[in-house]
Every structure is written in structure tokens, then in C-alpha cells.
Ligand binder design. Structure first.
Ligand code: ZN
Length: 391
């Protein structure tokens, strides 16, 4: 018994260090994903380099946490500052991986648990959890920056969630201390995906029916560019601006973007002071109408623009479906409630602090936060709550 306790203790410490370091390394990679994936850049090529002086970063200058701290957030070559968010993502991922390992250790190694000594299953469940956590972290920061979550993460997450449910069925049962078979886990995964996607889809539809549109105002005219599959507008309080996918804007027939343009720039000409309306199949500039396909380049300057769009979009539908695929339908219901609650509270605070209220807050980060809350404690609350309802 004594030997076992020593073995358990040293395993705990050793793997805790390994998971934290491994998490920081993955966090370093997630910084690349967060920056490159939404821009549709290759993730491995070109290798990491300073965005300012373009000097490639050598391996010994690319050590998670240490490099940033050692160089005090500056490029070693040109002194350009590296945002502290890089450090934050590395640290956050390190902590998330460590916490996932400790959670699985607690569930699987606890004496007397049914799952005692199932090393391979414990390893597979840990791998599933850290994969999900990495997806949640990357999606959160991309959603903050671009108001969208790439399909690689959401649809990729659904595929991974189903695969892990088959390969590591205890992902769905271990936390409740239950033995769970593959078929049961697959059922929980698929129903989680359907519940998550279905409910958010209904919320998006309902939101569009009830509220329909959103107006952005600026003190000075800002540039709005209509690209191939999204609209981008400059923002006074956000350097990156705001990007909205057409698939989120043109949803119902009759959905349209309306604005009064101070200036309109097309490929070959320019107009001043005209109303502009854009629907999925028509671009109207003053008296002239065009087919959207025939307009190569459209840029307008305006101080007010109305778009059909809600805080939630179809990216969130796929995102919640991915979480459901990993964690099952109970997690989805829990995440919906918690994200709505936290979102409402944060919305009130942000509106009180910021007078303009014009800046859109994406919903994805709230969902991610709620899913993390489920993994690290929510499931226990849920389970105890259900148990208390049973006579
Ligand atoms: Zn540099």
C-alpha cells in the first residue's frame, strides 16, 4: 500500500509537470492558429517570424512563456513589442492541460472507483479533454478578433468529438463514475451534437425574427469593404474592425444592408452622397442596380450602417454542436444556461462602462467559458442536482 501511494504521488507530480509544459507548447501553437487560421494562411509555412522585421524566430528564442518573459515582450532583433496575449494564451493552455490531467487523475485513480487502473482509457479521455480545451481556447480568441469561428475548429470539433466518443467512451461516463459502452457514448455524442446545434439554430432564427437588425454608428465616416464572402467595416474603438459573413447577414428573403454613403468606390468609378442597399442578389447604388457577381470591388464611406445580424451567428450553431459531440446533451443544456447568464451580466456591465455600446460582443467566448465550467465542476453540480430530484 505504501509503495502504491509513493508511486501515485510521483506519477501525479511528474505528469503534472509534463502536462503543464506540453500545454504551454500547444498554447504557443494556438497563437499561430489564432492568427493564421481566420486569414486562411498555412499553419506551418512560413515558419514563425517577427511580424515587423520578419526575422525567423530560432527554436531557442521560441520557448513558451520564457521567451516572452526573458525578452520582456519584445522582438530580440528589432525590439518590436509582442502582445502580452501571446503569453496569456500559452499560460492559459498550460493551466488548462494541467487541470484536465488532474481531473482525470482524480476520477480514475481515486481508490475504490470503478474505473481504477484503466490506464489507457484514462489517457484517451485526457487526450479528448485537452483537444476540446485547445479548440475552445483558439475559438474564443478568434471570435474576439474576427467575430467568427472557422469551420476547421467547429466542424473539425464535431468530427473529433464523435471519434473520441467512440475511442474513449468514458469521456461521457467517467465523470459520473459509470462504466459506459461505445454505443451509449456514441448516442450521447450524437444527441449532444443535435441538441447543441438545434437549440442555437432555433435561437438564431428566433433572434432574427424578433430583432432583425443592428445599426452601427460612427462619429466620422468609416470605410466599409464588401469582399467575396464577408463585409468588413473599420471601427473607431477596434483596430481590426468588424467583419460579418454574408451567410450570417442574408438569412431571410428581404434581409438587407442599408446605409447612406458619403462616398462609393467601385473598380472603375466613384460616386458621392448616395443611398446604398445590398441584398443577397442585388446591389443598389442610388438609382442603379447591379448583380452582386458583377461588382468586383465595392468600398463605401459612411457614418451609419444597418445590418441584419445578431450577436449569435451560424458559427455558434456549429460551435455548440462540437461541444455537444464531445460532452453530450447535458453539457449543452448546462452551457446554454450558463453562457446566457454570464452573457447577460457581462452585457449589462459592458453597456454601463462603455457609453457608445456600439461594439459587438461575440457569443462564442461565453459558450466556451460555460463548457469549461461544465468540465471542471458543472457536471458534478448537474449530477448531484439530478440525484437530488430522484426520490
Ligand atoms: Zn522583429
Amino acid at each position: 500500500m505504501g509503495d502504491f501511494v509513493v508511486w501515485l504521488g510521483s506519477t501525479l507530480v511528474m505528469f503534472s509537470i509534463i502536462f503543464f509544459v506540453f500545454g504551454c507548447m500547444i498554447g504557443s501553437f494556438l497563437n499561430v492558429v489564432i492568427y493564421r487560421l481566420p486569414l486562411e494562411m498555412n499553419l506551418s509555412n512560413p515558419p514563425s517570424h517577427c511580424p515587423k522585421c520578419e526575422t525567423p524566430i530560432r527554436w531557442y528564442r521560441n520557448i513558451p512563456l520564457f521567451t516572452w518573459l526573458w525578452q520582456r515582450g519584445k522582438c530580440a532583433e528589432c525590439g518590436a513589442s509582442i502582445p502580452s496575449r501571446y503569453l496569456l494564451v500559452e499560460l492559459l493552455t498550460g493551466i488548462a492541460f494541467l487541470a484536465a490531467w488532474l481531473l482525470v487523475f482524480k476520477q480514475f485513480a481515486a481508490p475504490g472507483e470503478v474505473l481504477h487502473n484503466q490506464h489507457w482509457m484514462a489517457a484517451a479521455v485526457t487526450l479528448a479533454l485537452v483537444t476540446l480545451l485547445a479548440i475552445l481556447i483558439a475559438s474564443t480568441f478568434i471570435d474576439f478578433d474576427h467575430y467568427m469561428i472557422p469551420d476547421e475548429l467547429t466542424i473539425g470539433g464535431m468530427v473529433a468529438g464523435v471519434a473520441f466518443s467512440l475511442g474513449a467512451p468514458h469521456l461521457h461516463g467517467a465523470f459520473f463514475g459509470e462504466e459506459i459502452g461505445r454505443a451509449h457514448a456514441l448516442l450521447l455524442s450524437l444527441s449532444g451534437m443535435a441538441t447543441g446545434g438545434g437549440i442555437i439554430y432555433a435561437v438564431v432564427r428566433l433572434g432574427k425574427m424578433l430583432f432583425g437588425k443592428k445599426t452601427y454608428r460612427a462619429d466620422e465616416p468609416v470605410r466599409v469593404t464588401f469582399g467575396e464572402d464577408s463585409m468588413h467595416m473599420e471601427s473607431e474603438d477596434d483596430d481590426e474592425g468588424i467583419e460579418i459573413l454574408y451567410e450570417d447577414m442574408f438569412y431571410r428573403p428581404g434581409d438587407r444592408v442599408a446605409l447612406h454613403a458619403e462616398r462609393i468606390e467601385l473598380t472603375d468609378r466613384c460616386h458621392w452622397d448616395r443611398p446604398v442597399t445590398i441584398t443577397e442578389d442585388e446591389v443598389r447604388l442610388g438609382e442603379d442596380t447591379f448583380k452582386p457577381e458583377s461588382v468586383d470591388h465595392l468600398e463605401v464611406y459612411t457614418d451609419e450602417i444597418t445590418v441584419p445580424r445578431e450577436a449569435m451567428g451560424f458559427g455558434d450553431v456549429k460551435f455548440m454542436a462540437a461541444i455537444g459531440a464531445f460532452l453530450g446533451w447535458q453539457a449543452v443544456l448546462f452551457s446554454l444556461m450558463i453562457s446566457a447568464l454570464v452573457g447577460a451580466v457581462a452585457g449589462v456591465i459592458i453597456m454601463a462602462v462603455r457609453k457608445d455600446g456600439a461594439n459587438m460582443i461575440p457569443y462564442g467566448p461565453y459558450i466556451a467559458f460555460a463548457a469549461i465550467a461544465w468540465i471542471f465542476g458543472g457536471y458534478e453540480l448537474w449530477h448531484n442536482w439530478w440525484a437530488s430530484l430522484r426520490p
